[in-house]
Design a protein around this ligand. Structure first.
Ligand code: P6P
Length: 337
């Protein structure tokens, strides 16, 4: 039997290999791993809702049943509070950022952004959902964190990852030092075990993933790219849960994209806690992530919940998309001039 490397062991090994590592980031990653185990347990019970009660009701033991995404949000905040390494969080579930001003956390050097349970609308049909997180060093010096600590470009991330709650629960993360590594939860021992070391994305992709129901709402450039995919005998896959679609793209190659539409002129997915962490992972695995023209990780963050168009995955397909977008821009400029 191969030696089992648990997430905690891997984090410690990585910390030892980095001379400047002081252990705070390791503590944060361990706490996110703990929160993910608890969220996984609750998500896996969701199918028993008739027994345990709907959100907003009381369960058999008279406890109020929280919506799963609220539960996940509270669980992550609680674990991050206990770590003492995080001075504030921002998440899809909170309108503004949440300072963690406890004595042990107030001067901590990291902030964390997350989507606690992305795709939670898919729970009712038992489709994989996930948690997405991004970790930054705070920019302000000591005391309560502020908005500027959160409005950093994706290139400033010190770590990012996701947890996919599917046929198995898997945590995938990168710190930018040792590539992208995947850990599968073994419920029998309650540990995330290294199952996908050094994940690399196929440079050439053969799968495209987009909500084709929005085709008529796409710009002519994106329609031209979809037409290219359709005439290239590619495989089409779309789950409608970003973590699941990105995870498949990372493991199998291809391109996942959520473009601007007439209904969502800036796209639907959030820059800070969906696109930036996924872009960091995809780039660290050898792929590319773009808004159609610009590198996602270079985009300026102007508000916590800002949305951007996103195209990410195998480099050849993202660059093909960018070339088609550029061609349409040039043609449009010529017509207008
Ligand atoms: P659509 C889930 O609601 C989500 O936020 C992402 O996980 C997913 O990629 C996207 O929205 C799906 O959106 O419009 O295709 O249903």
């Amino acid at each position: 039997m191969n030696k089992i490397v648990t997430l905690n062991e891997f984090i410690i090994q990585t910390q030892k290999s980095l001379p400047y590592a002081t252990g705070e980031l390791s503590g944060l990653l361990r706490d996110i791993g703990l929160a993910s185990k608890i969220i996984s347990r609750e998500v896996n019970k969701a199918g028993l809702v008739d027994i345990i009660g709907q959100a907003g009701e009381e369960n058999a033991s008279g406890e109020s049943v929280q919506k799963l995404d609220v539960m996940a949000d509270n669980m992550l905040i609680s674990c991050l509070k206990n770590s003492g390494e995080c001075c504030g969080i921002a998440s899809e579930e909170n309108t503004t950022y949440v300072p963690i001003d406890t004595k042990i956390s107030k001067n901590a050097k990291y902030i964390v952004l997350f989507d606690p349970l992305d795709g939670s609308s898919n729970i009712d049909v038992n489709v994989s959902i996930g948690t997405i997180f991004a970790i930054y060093r705070r920019k302000t010096r000591g005391g309560s964190c502020s908005l500027e600590d959160f409005l950093q470009s994706g290139a400033e991330q010190v770590a990012a990852g996701y947890v996919v709650y599917g046929s198995s629960t898997m945590l995938v993360y990168t710190t930018g030092q040792k590539g992208v590594n995947g850990f599968t939860l073994d419920p029998s021992i309650g540990e995330f075990c290294l199952s996908h070391p050094n994940i690399r994305i196929n440079e050439v992709g053969k799968t495209f993933s987009v909500n084709l129901g929005n085709y008529r709402q796409f710009g002519d450039d994106v329609k031209a790219f979809v037409d290219y995919c359709m005439t290239s005998a590619f495989t089409f896959r779309y789950i409608g849960s970003m973590v699941a679609d990105v995870h498949r793209t990372l493991i199998k190659g291809g391109i996942f994209f959520y473009p601007a539409t007439q209904k969502a002129p800036k796209g639907k997915l959030r820059l800070l806690y969906e696109c930036n962490p996924m872009a960091f992972l995809i780039e660290q695995a050898g792929g590319k992530a773009s808004d159609g023209t610009n590198r996602i990780l270079d985009l300026e963050a102007t508000e916590l919940h800002q949305r951007v168009p996103v195209f990410l995955g195998s480099t050849d397909l993202v660059e093909k998309l960018e070339a088609i977008v550029a061609e349409h821009k040039t043609a449009k400029t010529k017509v207008e001039s």
